[in-house]
Design a protein around this ligand. Structure first.
Ligand code: SAM
Length: 279
């Protein structure tokens, strides 16, 4: 059998392995081959790439990735899906040696057998932001990627300052990469049909703005600023800086107005405050 997975085959595999998709694991499978090819194309997966997939499920995207990449690493938490994937891959005529399956919770993966260069994933909805941030942090070889996430999450990842969607996920993701919206995906291409809309986000890694200690300090400030996002910065950062007066002095000497709210600051502003705080 050649080609990619279609709706009928997906139902057939699910029935055969007794799979009842669960909300808890965000199991909504793509049943449309064109959408899979579109996602892999927008990720610009090429013949020298090692593609990483988080949550391959029944393999819809995995097969599309195998058409383009030199190798694919797929991390799947569900034992039955991880067990069935090599069978599906072989049945569709792909070289099984190109695929490495890691049957683990992505939030617990700390190393991989091969360094991935590109991430392509229809991320499980409940862990999409932490998984994305974790893999950007752990695997510096990951240069770019396209992730499918709930539209609400996509809006947050690409938000601009001073908007309601702008928050800690936006600023933290910006530490690692430039992110932009790569279109929406209709609900009807999933089985089961989810009750939320999905969107694609493309990212390209950029050079880090500083070392690990600066990142940790910056992330601490971001967490504090957005934990109390209605407060002025001097109030929101009071605990991290010792007092509201100390926070006010520090923010001012970083060249930033302490009466602003965190949502007005770009990543570079948080970095300026973190550098001043470290001095
Ligand atoms: N990529 C497939 C597709 O597009 O049809 C499936 C995507 S489905 C939205 C999410 C997949 O992630 C499921 O296969 C689910 O079992 C898996 N998953 C959920 N939580 C996970 C975790 N913490 N680590 C790894 N895989 C996970």
């Amino acid at each position: 059998m050649s080609g990619l997975l279609g709706a009928a085959e997906i139902r057939e595999i699910a029935e055969r392995i007794g799979l009842r998709p669960t909300k808890k694991l965000g199991q909504n499978f793509v049943v449309d081959a064109n959408t899979c090819r579109r996602i892999v194309k927008s990720a610009e997966v090429g013949p020298t790439d090692v593609a990483l997939e988080i949550g391959p499920g029944l393999g819809s995207l995995t097969l599309a990735m195998l058409e383009s990449a030199s190798a694919v690493v797929a991390i799947e938490i569900d034992d039955r899906l991880a067990g069935e994937l090599p069978i599906t891959v072989a049945k569709h005529g792909f070289d099984i040696r190109k695929l490495t399956i890691v049957n683990q919770d992505a939030m617990e993966v700390a190393t991989l057998p091969i360094d991935p260069t590109v991430l392509v994933a229809n991320l499980p909805y409940n862990v999409s932001v932490p998984v994305l941030l974790r893999f950007l942090e752990l695997f510096p070889t990951l240069n770019s990627g396209v992730v499918m996430v709930q539209s609400e999450v996509a809006d947050r990842l690409v938000a601009k300052p001073n908007t309601k969607n702008y928050g800690s996920p936006t600023v933290k993701a910006n530490w690692w990469a430039d992110l932009k919206s790569a279109g929406t995906v209709g609900r009807s291409i999933f089985w089961p049909v989810p009750n939320v809309d999905s969107s694609l986000v493309r990212f390209v890694r950029h050079a880090p703005a500083g070392d690990e200690s600066l990142r940790l300090q910056t992330f601490r400030l971001i967490d504090a600023a957005f934990a109390q996002r209605r407060k002025m910065l001097r109030g929101a950062l009071a605990e991290v800086c010792g007092s509201s007066a100390a926070a006010s002095d520090l923010i001012t000497s970083a060249g930033i107005d302490p009466t602003l709210r965190g949502e007005a600051l770009e990543l570079s502003d948080f970095i300026k405050i973190a550098i001043t705080l470290s001095k």
